[in-house]
Write a protein that binds this ligand. Structure first.
Ligand code: FES
Length: 484
């Protein structure tokens, strides 16, 4: 039996991406920051309309959420339609359905010439527990009213209890990392540039913009920030986004026959099911629960990969895509796709590409960063109360060890550091790594994430390696190192 790889199935099996980084001074008409689904789709659409585009990616293309997901491209997204209908009304739910379907079909069109395992599959939201049937009935009704061609069924191609399901035929499954790297290849074929290992540290205050990395700068009239969580605070998005983390495993099955539907259960605990070739893709809970659940319900031969990702979700459940701040015409943002970035990140990319080229997208108002939804205001207040607690609570937290002697291998502790505190991790070879605990974004205190061996910020989701390197933004600067 081999050990489970701590890497997504997608990144482990994708064609490698190895592109040059930004060096010296360069120029482009449009600079897109972020080489994931949203950024690369925007760049490709713009390049196809004749614009000179350069994409700047902090790591390698598809290494973020785009390569760490369940690979579902679907307009049926858990209970989004009943939530939207309740909080914003049927017109908003209908507009969302149209945008989501447009996103799915744009992925189908762009993926069609690529070698990325594209397949049509039905998607389903279902009740595993009889007590949850009413939730699924409400979703069926809301999705129908929003105009989706959904159907009701009492059975799914899944070896778990099904007490009723809403199903949407004709959605997509694909290899997301191959797809996103295919977008990068297609962009280059159109004359666009993709620069990797180019973490943006700064964007100048006004257009024409200068986008600066450690080794170079790019001058551009227009900038699109598609960094998953926006790296600039100019649009005050931080209070409007909540970061959610999710975990996934891939397993081979003795039958070689994984589920046929892209399915998600409602209620708690929630489970997410997908398939790629002969593998089951299971998500929704932490790693131990996923392994145990897979073994209980499926003929698991081996859990081959496990991975996790975090997704910013907007307080009103609708993605944010459009001008960065009121009146902005040269600075754009795409974020807040929840856990449905393949469809919604693509839909957002189309809205921004239309905005930049002067056409009006039918989804512009739905995704507008400047929208105000009074019905969601209460949620916004709750979200910010939580962030405020994280901010204050951490200031009151105390050191949990006096010296490094008490830190076991593969463990981290908070130690006193002068009048403050530092985080110290002992790696598997016994070496100590110490960093400041103050997040370089807006100053919340980071906490150790033992599953990922990283220092994570509870406020807006920045993540740092044990040596302080930025793993995920919005932070762009590393945690300062400390003496262990
Ligand atoms: Fe914003 Fe840490 S303070 S991510």
């Amino acid at each position: 039996m081999t050990t489970t790889a701590d890497q997504s199935l997608w990144l482990a099996t994708a064609a490698a991406s190895s592109r040059a980084s930004l060096r010296g001074r360069e120029r482009a008409e449009v600079a897109v920051i972020g080489g994931g689904i949203a950024g690369l789709t925007t760049a490709l659409l713009l390049a196809r309309r004749g614009m000179n585009v350069a994409v700047l990616e902090a790591g390698r293309v598809a290494e973020g959420a785009s390569g760490n997901n369940t690979a579902k491209v679907t307009a049926l997204q858990s209970t989004v339609y009943s939530t939207l209908a309740r909080e914003h009304g049927t017109a908003t739910a209908t507009a969302y359905a149209e945008a989501a379907l447009a996103g799915v079909e744009l992925v189908a069109e762009l993926a069609e010439p690529m070698n990325c395992g594209l397949q049509r599959r039905p998607a389903a939201t279902f009740a595993m527990d009889a007590d949850d049937v009413a939730i699924v009935r409400a979703e069926h009704e809301a999705a129908q009213q929003a105009g989706l061609p959904v159907e009701w069924t009492d059975s799914l191609d899944l070896p778990v209890p099904v007490h009723g399901a809403v199903r949407l035929p004709g959605q997509l499954a694909l290899h997301p990392a191959d797809y996103v790297r295919g977008l990068a290849d297609a962009l280059e074929a159109e004359g666009g540039r993709v620069l990797e290992d180019s973490r943006v540290r700064q964007v100048s205050a006004a257009p024409p913009y200068r986008v600066t990395t450690d080794e170079g700068s790019l001058d551009a009239r227009t900038v699109v920030v598609a960094t998953h969580y926006p790296i600039l605070d100019r649009g005050l998005f931080f209070p409007r986004l909540e970061v959610q983390r999710s975990y996934c495993v891939a397993a081979t099955l003795r039958s070689g026959k994984p589920p046929g539907e892209l399915a998600i259960s409602v209620g708690s605990p929630l489970w997410s099911f997908a398939a790629y070739e002969d593998r089951l893709i299971l998500g929704g809970q932490g790693y131990p629960e996923l392994g145990e659940f897979a073994a209980r319900h499926f003929d698991v031969d081996e859990v081959t990969h496990r991975w996790s990702a975090q997704d910013p979700k907007a307080y009103d459940s609708i993605p944010i895509a459009g001008p960065y701040f009121p009146g902005a015409r040269r600075l754009w943002v795409e974020t807040g796709f929840g856990k449905w970035g393949l469809a919604m990140g693509t839909a957002a990319a189309a809205v921004v590409a239309d905005g930049i080229t002067g056409s009006v997208s039918p989804h512009r108002d739905l995704f507008s960063p400047q929208r105000i939804s009074l019905k969601s205001a209460e949620k916004l207040v709750r979200q910010n109360t939580k962030v405020a607690k994280d901010f204050v609570g951490d200031r009151l937290a105390h050191a949990d060890a006096k010296s490094t002697e008490h830190i076991a291998v593969d463990q981290a502790k908070v130690l006193p550091d002068g009048r403050g505190r530092k985080g110290v991790y002992r790696d598997r070879e016994g070496e100590l790594h110490a960093v400041s605990l103050r997040c370089t974004h807006l100053g919340c205190f980071v906490r150790f994430n033992a599953a990922e061996r990283s220092w994570d910020c509870p406020c807006h989701g920045s993540r740092f390696d044990v040596d302080g390197t930025v793993l995920e933004g919005p932070a762009t600067a590393p945690l300062p190192r400390r003496t262990p």
